[in-house]
Unconditional design. Structure first.
Length: 366
């Protein structure tokens, strides 16, 4: 079987794509997999590092604020469609899988035009523009949230959940004390894990800085992933609170960090939320306002409405995070309830469910 997987741009698209590829390879060792991404985006590094071949398209997103710049975008889209056609002719896939992101649009559109069956994986609770445009001619649409009939044809939807990194799901095998020891954080105090992405999130970092005194008074310790853009600035702030916080630019062992954490403070990307649900972690979500269709806010609302997370808007984070942390740290029952309710929303083995559908689609075509 030959499988083409297209999309990327962020970890929220790339990690599910790699999970699907790994599940395909685990179940069918002779499967041929080709990734198609966008030139200059992070998938062009992450995918080869995971052992897969990738081809880049010169595609980019539309500039919604400066419309005059979109002439160049349209030219790159036209070139991408031509390259996508050449990829199909040379690779001859049995199926094309789209995970969202710039590259999946032209690649899956060309696949559909040439009679190649397509499967879409939508990570968010609010569907992206690309996936909505591709849905009509897709064989299947794998979703992570119920109620997606408002975006997609109901007969094509398969509720699978989002694939998550295998290392994350194996975190339960490590004891909390071992995880704390490895990370250099105290195991005898509540640990607050803060993650704002590999580059960092300015508002999240500012809100954490405003919460350090509240954390100290509550007896908590903060493990603060600042992101590389804000590393020096945050390290200087942390230096004045040595017994309360450890600031690091990036955490490579997220399995250990999740295992150590009693509370997670993070953005509300689909991948992060799926990991929180799988692990049953209590979380305070600060959705980024700088994303398409405000989808992070809708992701966070899906949990907050079920008492499975606390949501704080980006504009209110500096003011509200200190009191939100104090409230949860002072109320273990409420803290535990968030994690329990998040776990109830978890959908396990998403990668295998998606692979099952890929296999059935290809079998039906033969």
């Amino acid at each position: 079987m030959k499988v083409l997987i297209s999309g990327g741009g962020t970890g929220g698209h790339i990690f599910p794509a790699l999970s699907i590829a790994n599940a395909l390879r685990r179940r069918m060792p002779d499967v041929e997999i080709l990734f198609v991404g966008a030139e200059g985006r992070m998938e062009m590094e992450r995918v080869p590092a995971a052992g897969y071949k990738i081809v880049g398209l010169p595609v980019s997103g539309f500039d919604r604020k400066r419309l005059w710049r979109n002439f160049g975008v349209l030219m790159r889209l036209w070139r991408s469609m031509r390259i996508a056609k050449k990829i199909l002719r040379e690779f001859r896939p049995d199926i094309a899988v789209g995970v969202g992101g710039y590259a999946s649009g032209p690649m899956l559109k060309e696949a559909q035009k040439h009679g190649v069956p397509t499967l879409i994986q939508e990570q968010n609770s609010y569907a992206g523009v690309t996936n909505k445009l591709l849905a009509a001619k897709a064989e299947a649409i794998c979703t992570a949230y119920p109620g997606m009939e408002r975006f997609f044809p109901s007969g094509k939807i398969l509720l699978t959940g989002n694939p998550v990194r295998s290392a994350i799901t194996e975190a339960a095998a490590i004891s909390r004390s071992e995880a704390c020891s490895e990370l250099g954080v105290p195991s005898d105090r509540p640990v607050v894990l803060v993650v704002g992405g590999s580059l960092g999130a300015r508002t999240v970092n500012e809100a954490v800085a405003a919460s350090l005194d509240a954390a100290r008074k509550a007896g908590a310790f903060i493990l603060w992933q600042t992101g590389k853009y804000y590393a020096e600035q945050c390290a200087a702030i942390a230096a004045g609170h040595e017994n309360t916080v450890k600031a690091v630019p990036f955490i490579s062992r997220m399995d250990l960090a999740y295992r150590a954490a009693d509370i997670v403070v993070s953005r509300a990307g689909a991948g992060t939320i799926s990991e929180l649900q799988i692990l049953g972690k209590s979380a305070i979500l600060i959705p980024s306002p700088n994303v398409a269709e405000d989808h992070q806010r809708k992701n966070a609302e899906a949990l907050a409405s079920r008492d499975a997370a606390v949501m704080i808007l980006d504009s209110e984070a500096c003011r509200e995070l200190p009191s939100a942390l104090t409230s949860l740290l002072d109320n273990p029952d409420a803290l535990g309830r968030l994690g329990q309710n998040a776990a109830k929303m978890a959908l396990h083995n998403a990668d295998d469910k998606i692979v099952d559908r890929i296999i059935s689609i290809v079998a039906d075509r033969k």
